[in-house]
Design a protein around this ligand. Structure first.
Ligand code: TXA
Ligand code: MG
Length: 364
């Protein structure tokens, strides 16, 4: 029985979405109220039948996700929207035409039949049609829209491989469909509509520049709460590895003179230099004071960097480092989504100065 899963610590079944029987089994699990993780083009999602409130409740439980954070509902055909939205806004029609299937979630007034647990009690529901074949096939086989957040523990780095899902949720879900690493690597762009305007709730796979070709886009102003997006789940800390991550103000090269001073000062006091890993967009010519450099894209392509981002953070997080430093990237195109993830993964209380002052104090 699926509901005994967590107590029995049975590992999730790893299923191949290219095999008909595996896909059918995954759909059966959903129909019986279980949880199936599946690949989308962005990240792996943790799915439950959107119309089974008890199954959706299990998503919140296994992810340890607070109940105020609404879920995205995934569909495989436009007709499914009738079951979810009161009506299709005119601007949504245009956006759907252009971006679905794809990494764009549109928030609109929900039908009463959509369980409140899916939307965290909001009167709106976010919907998207994912572009991965495995996801589309699973949704049509299950014959119901699927509610799915990213398949990671709440607040931790999102999963872009089946292994990352298993690392976080292995024995608390029923199955994972494994289709290899996801293509885009960061989550969908979430928007709501205000008349003929698009309001950006979370930057992601579809860039603001692309959206602007369809309608004007409202971004959060920097003065309002430090430029926070107004979506309920967009809390300041998110996507964060266990190892403290610090987003540098500029390139590593620019921070190097400061780091060298700290290195001299710590060694004078006979203190150990911390094990530091660098998350870098491109190749670094030299890497003094660093244990390891994780390059997101040797050709410095932001698309490649997005695809590798979460995997790279998880890799560094497994290396027993004391600190992860991340270089900022351009906020053009998908870069806005990358920077949003890096800012939220970065410890707010840390600057290089605060980090090293703390080491000095600790060892004294
Ligand atoms: O790419 C993606 O979007 C992935 C894949 C699995 O589809 N899903 C994903 O879900 O990233 P999740 O739960 O990690 O993030 C969904 C976010 C919520 O935290 C919330 O900020 C926003 O979408 N959201 C969902 N429904 C909303 C609503 N009704 N109003 C405002 N924001 C909403
Ligand atoms: Mg998430």
């Amino acid at each position: 029985m699926f509901f005994k899963k967590q107590e029995l610590l049975i590992p999730a079944q790893i299923l191949n979405p290219d095999q008909k029987e595996h896909l059918e089994l995954a759909a059966q699990i959903l129909k019986k109220g279980g949880l199936v993780a599946f690949p989308t083009e962005t990240v792996y999602g943790l799915g439950a039948d959107a119309f089974k409130a008890e199954s959706v409740a299990k998503i919140f439980e296994v992810k340890k996700r607070p109940s105020f954070d609404p879920l995205i509902v995934h569909i495989s055909k436009k007709e499914d929207l009738k079951r979810l939205w009161k009506e299709i806004p005119a601007l949504a029609e245009k956006l759907i035409e252009k971006f679905w299937p794809g990494p764009l979630t549109i928030v609109a007034e929900k039908n009463e039949s959509v369980p409140d647990i899916v939307t965290a009690g909001l009167s709106t529901v976010g919907v998207r049609m994912p572009a991965s074949l495995a996801a589309l096939n699973l949704i049509s086989q299950a014959a119901s829209p699927i509610a799915a957040p990213s398949a990671n523990l709440y607040g931790y780095t999102s999963p872009t491989t089946a292994q990352a899902v298993l690392d976080d949720l292995g024995s608390s879900i029923d199955a994972v469909l494994d289709a290899g690493p996801t293509k885009i690597g960061i989550e969908s762009t979430v928007i709501k509509l205000e008349g003929n305007e698009i309001v950006l709730l979370r930057p992601g796979g579809v860039s603001v520049e692309e959206l602007k070709k369809i309608a004007p886009v409202k971004l959060p102003s920097i003065s309002e709460a430090g430029g926070a997006y107004e979506s309920p789940g967009q809390t300041e800390s998110h996507y964060a590895p266990w190892t403290p991550l610090l987003l540098l103000p500029g390139s590593f090269k620019e921070s190097l003179p400061g780091l060298e001073k700290w290195s001299i000062s710590l060694s004078k006091q006979g203190k150990l230099w911390p094990r530091i890993g660098l998350l870098s967009l491109g190749v670094q010519k030299n890497m003094p004071l660093l244990e390891v450099v994780e390059v997101l894209s040797p050709s410095e392509s932001l698309y490649e960097a997005a695809a590798n981002l979460f995997q790279a953070i998880r890799k560094l997080d497994k290396m027993n480092l004391d600190l992860i430093l991340a270089e900022p990237v351009s906020t053009k195109g998908i870069g806005l989504g990358i920077m949003d993830r890096l800012k939220k993964a970065s410890k707010k209380e840390h600057s290089l100065k605060a980090y090293f002052e703390n080491i000095q104090d600790k060892n004294e």
